[in-house]
Design a protein around this ligand. Structure first.
Ligand code: PLP
Length: 356
């Protein structure tokens, strides 16, 4: 007897980057922030570990939503908080897409979870390739290509793009959103490392949602906090179907404390952005071709060996980077920008591998 639904049996699950058990590895594979949270955030969490743990957290994350609303110049009703932005990306499929009938659409390559979410939901999928340099096709190009569905129920856009790191301008995203009839979800997981953000588009377009996370720029992956900003109508639809206590209490406290410490984090983004350019320049001297990035990682083509061989050789030297077996990016390694010490370890390993 097979009790698992047919489409679930057929689908491939999401494969997260390796979270190693062994110690002493240099972890440049999942775009975590190399710097710890602010000491005040750590203190706020530690001070909250007391008898309160027996109580349920605020089901609506009201304090956090109020802070986020004030940060973005919207009302709390325009904000929903999730157990990481991944939870909300999944909720979007459940709220806006009719299984078996409607279409979930996205560019390739982009965040590989979108495909899995479409499959879990048994939605139709429309995958359209980004241009050769990972630029987004213009609306005119998409119309000409005839394979893009401007009425798709849900369109996910990773901006800046992952895994390429390429950034998109607000003007091009605005033109893109204007052309759509279904929900457009701008996934800005890495936007703090980019030149521009598109938060203003949620005010202009009632069918647009912007997704943000505390995982990358705010060193808070462990606490799982992400959020969407959008029109009251879309946010209310998502709010109806989320788990009552979807955001854990310590996560809410950590995120609230983070928002009181924004200057601390902004100086970290600056450091990572400057270092990213430095890393690309140093790798170029060793024969690596790195794409321009507006994120906290780089996509780079390594010399001499295939990218999958580099992955293994670096792993043997206790350095984890990411490689995707996808024709568009299989010649590249995706390397998270770590701290200075980690990147020095990477450079030493690369030089040793090149010496053979
Ligand atoms: C493009 C993109 N969106 C969303 C996420 C998920 O972030 P979170 O930790 O908030 O679930 C990731 C994480 O890797 C990502 O790369």
């Amino acid at each position: 007897m097979n009790v698992v639904r047919k489409h679930v049996r057929r689908m491939h699950p999401y494969v997260p980057g390796e979270q190693p058990k062994e110690r002493g590895l240099v972890k440049l594979n999942t775009n975590e922030n190399p710097y710890p949270p602010s000491p005040k955030v750590l203190a706020a969490v530690k001070q909250s570990v007391d008898q309160r743990l027996r109580l349920y957290p605020d089901p609506k994350a009201n304090k956090l939503r109020a802070q986020l609303a004030s940060l973005h110049g919207v009302e709390p009703e325009n904000v929903i908080v999730g157990n990481g932005s991944d939870e909300l990306l999944a909720l979007a499929a459940r709220a806006f897409v009719e299984p078996g009938r409607d279409c979930v659409q996205y560019f390739t390559p982009s965040y590989s979870l979108y495909r899995v979410l479409a499959d879990i939901h048994n939605a139709k999928r429309n995958e359209v390739s980004l241009l050769d340099d990972f630029a987004m096709p213009t609306v005119a190009q998409l119309r000409k290509g005839k394979n893009w569905d401007f009425k798709a129920a849900l369109t996910y856009v990773t901006t800046p793009n992952a895994p390429s790191g390429r950034g998109y301008t607000t003007a091009e995203l605005d033109a893109f959103c204007s052309a759509h009839r279904g929900v457009v979800l701008l996934d800005e997981a890495y936007v703090d490392f980019a030149h521009e953000h598109a938060m203003g588009l949620v005010v202009k377009h009632p069918h647009v949602l912007v997704s943000r996370t505390f995982s990358k720029a705010y060193s808070l992956c462990f606490q799982r906090i992400g959020y969407f900003v959008g029109s009251v109508e879309l946010i209310a639809g998502l709010d109806k179907i989320r788990d009552s206590y979807n955001v854990n209490g310590l996560g809410q406290i950590a995120a609230q404390a983070t928002l009181r410490e924004l200057p601390f984090y902004r100086s970290n983004f600056g450091k990572i952005i400057r270092f990213r350019e430095d890393v690309a320049a140093q790798l170029a001297k060793l024969g690596f071709q790195t794409l321009p990035s507006q994120t906290n990682f780089i996509l780079t083509k390594a010399p001499r060996f295939k990218a999958c061989t580099w992955l293994k050789k670096l792993r043997e030297r206790k350095i984890l980077v990411r490689w995707f077996k996808d024709p568009r990016v299989e010649d590249f390694l995706r390397i998270t920008i770590g701290n200075e010490k980690e990147m020095q370890t990477l450079f030493r390993a690369v030089k040793a591998i090149l010496r053979g």
